[in-house]
Design a protein around this ligand. Structure first.
Ligand code: AVJ
Length: 327
């Protein structure tokens, strides 16, 4: 065990065996270099993302929070209208600070359900299992730690009721259009006719507003991107020099693709284990997409992947939408 000030890291002898290592090397060996944004979320990444959600520029969290605090009664009514009994499964539950409002509403309506929060972070699920029963003593819950579809499968073995799946926080934005389509198709394979899906989409809006949300003044989003390089250094023994990269956030109002890159400031080599990666000066490393949607595009996505759009819930500015789809 190597202890680096502020961070404890287990340096594995054979990083070559981990999926993390394989995916990183694959992305950095591609003609257009990329890293998968799902790897942003180590302990430090979780902390930085919490800070992003507090940023004045990052409007998404506030908008969806407004939807959940002010429209939970309507959402619960819509769920009841479309499903008589159900269990609730949440993909990427995190700390459940938004969904808790809906859960509370369902409990106060006397809805009989079990809540299955799914998260890739064991840490997050552990905390949730400690905290939620304190806040909502009447809640029946079972936390599931793992990949979305594996855990959805598990939830299906615990529960034979109709499912209401929550996929909030605009997490779907981290897929490009093709990947979002494939994800919804696969999700629908794990569901049964009549199951419901509540998804959070960040909507297309003034491009400056969007770009600012991914380029905050305090530089937290920049740090969030750089943290993945640091994580690769710490966990995979790489030697990225983050001073030799620059954060480059972009938004294309035509396609709704908000992408962030790290740009290599000079010709350089980076060593990861026994692999050597060459960067040209000004070469981009693609870090993340946060796709923005129009309402029509959310409907098209539903219809193309075996769902029927049944309701929409907005914040007052209509910057964000939680869509309810029926399988
Ligand atoms: C957690 C995927 C919704 O894309 O807006 C925030 C992640 N990245 N700032 C997003 C993120 C940079 C966030 N999601």
């Amino acid at each position: 065990t190597t202890v680096i000030p502020g961070r404890t890291v287990l340096c594995k002898r054979k990083p070559a065996t981990s999926t993390f290592y394989q995916e990183v090397v694959k992305g950095l060996s591609a003609p257009q270099k990329y890293l998968d944004s799902k790897y942003f979320y180590d302990a430090e990444g979780d902390r930085l993302f919490q800070q992003i959600m507090q940023c004045e520029e990052y409007y998404l969290t506030g908008c969806e929070m407004e939807i959940l605090t002010s429209r939970s009664a309507e959402i619960a009514a819509a769920l009841a209208q479309h499903a008589s009994t159900f269990d609730v499964v949440e993909l990427g539950a995190g700390d459940a600070t938004k969904s808790i409002h809906l859960l509370r509403q369902l409990l106060s309506n006397g809805t009989d359900f079990t809540y299955f929060p799914i998260d890739i972070s064991a840490n997050v699920i552990g905390q949730l299992e400690q905290q939620l029963p304190v806040t909502l003593p009447n809640l029946r819950m079972k936390g599931l730690n793992g990949e979305y579809f594996d855990m959805l499968q598990q939830a299906n073995t615990y529960s034979h009721k109709k499912k209401v799946v929550l996929f909030m926080g605009a997490n779907i934005g981290n897929f490009n259009s093709t990947a979002a389509h494939d994800f919804c198709v696969e999700l629908s394979d794990y569901l049964l006719p009549g199951d419901l899906l509540l998804t959070g989409f960040d909507l297309k809006k003034n491009p400056q507003v969007i770009l600012r949300a991914y380029n905050d003044n305090a530089g937290i989003t920049r740090a969030f991107n750089f943290n993945l390089l640091t994580r690769i250094n710490l966990e995979l023994g790489a030697n990225f020099d983050i001073k030799k990269f620059e954060h480059y956030p972009t938004y294309d109002p035509g396609t709704g693709a908000c992408k962030s890159y790290l740009i290599s400031l000079e010709k350089q080599q980076v060593q990861i284990d026994d692999v050597c990666i060459n960067f040209e000066a000004d070469e981009p490393l693609y870090m993340e997409i946060s796709q923005k949607y129009s309402l029509e595009e959310t409907d098209q996505l539903a219809l193309a992947t075996g769902f029927q759009p049944v309701a929409r819930f907005f914040d007052n500015k209509k910057w964000f939408v939680d869509t309810l789809w029926k399988r």
